[in-house]
Design a protein around this ligand. Structure first.
Ligand code: SF4
Length: 292
């Protein structure tokens, strides 16, 4: 819960505010860009909601915030923010909201599918929060859980207990140590079912993987994301824990696949044509080769 005594002085207006516990994860700025801004190393409110929609988005950001750093001085219907998640991204792909501090506010996603098509799948772990768990249950539960890499596993064990979800992770990121039910090994892509391909992309971590769904949606963890500043696809040099040359090589692997969506853990979501995405990916690889 945000504390008014810790309200950051950069906040504008007298209702919604961010307090000093903000870890600058960017979630609120993505969810409600007309309300929250980056004023340096943290976020603050630069514009108070003026419409129902802006209020809904601000309350959604409050619920999604991993550190409970967003507060209000006026009374609002909390259900508005709670009911916002999972939020539809496109078709049957949802953003879970409820980010976790232990994964630094990384975004997680839910694919909703009938059991005959493999059932629902969580990609990376949201915070284990009862309202979210109830909503996921109403949407069919989670039959499996794909964990892109060790940083974003958050409450995987609690989701596994709740839904008996089969967890899938790469051996090189400690899958056995974390008790994963399915361990992917090696560098080769693994077809998980008719619609899902797990692609090992070492770099950010040694055992990082991305997940391709229907040759359309690429869930990229911390491997690849859209940069709103550079307006192209990018990778995070300063947050590359294993090997930048490996990450560059892994990025080239993705040229073999078609996709129209990049859905990252950190960084921004992007949609484009297959050709447009390929062009951005080529640019990203060229740029990565210029960075030491
Ligand atoms: S979501 Fe919370 S932690 Fe993340 S930037 Fe906003 S206020 Fe800070």
């Amino acid at each position: 819960m945000a504390k008014i005594a810790q309200r950051l002085p950069e906040n504008v207006g007298d209702d919604f505010y961010v307090d000093s516990t903000c870890i600058d994860c960017d979630a609120c700025r993505q969810i409600a860009p007309t309300i929250f801004r980056d004023h340096g190393d943290q976020s603050s409110v630069y514009h108070q909601p003026e419409s129902e929609e802006e209020t809904r988005l601000a309350l959604s950001a409050l619920v999604a915030c991993p550190t409970g750093s967003i507060g209000t001085t006026r009374k609002h219907d909390a259900r508005i923010g709670i009911d916002a998640f999972p939020t539809l991204v496109s078709e049957n792909v949802y953003f879970c909201g409820y980010t976790s501090e232990s994964s630094f506010g990384a975004w997680s996603y839910l694919i909703v599918r009938p059991d005959r098509e493999g059932g629902n799948l969580l990609i990376d772990s949201p915070r284990f929060s009862r309202p979210l768990v109830k909503k996921i249950k109403m949407m069919g539960g989670a039959r499996s859980m794909f964990l892109t890499h060790r940083d974003d596993i958050a409450d995987h064990a609690a989701f596994n207990r709740e839904f008996r979800a089969q967890r899938i992770m790469h051996a090189a990121d400690g899958a056995a140590r974390y008790g994963m039910e399915r361990v992917i090994e090696g560098d080769e892509a693994v077809r998980l079912d008719d619609e899902l391909v797990a692609i090992p992309v070492a770099g950010h971590t040694r055992g990082h993987m991305v997940l391709l769904y229907r040759n359309k949606f690429l869930f990229t963890g911390d491997h690849l994301a859209w940069s709103p500043v550079r307006q192209t696809l990018t990778a995070f040099r300063s947050a590359c824990w294993y090997s930048w040359p490996e990450q560059t090589r892994s990025m080239e692997k993705l040229l073999s696949y078609d996709f129209e969506w990049v859905l990252p853990g950190h960084g921004r979501i992007h949609q484009d044509t297959v050709a447009g995405m390929r062009s951005h990916l080529l640019g990203c690889i060229r740029w990565m080769k210029t960075v030491a």
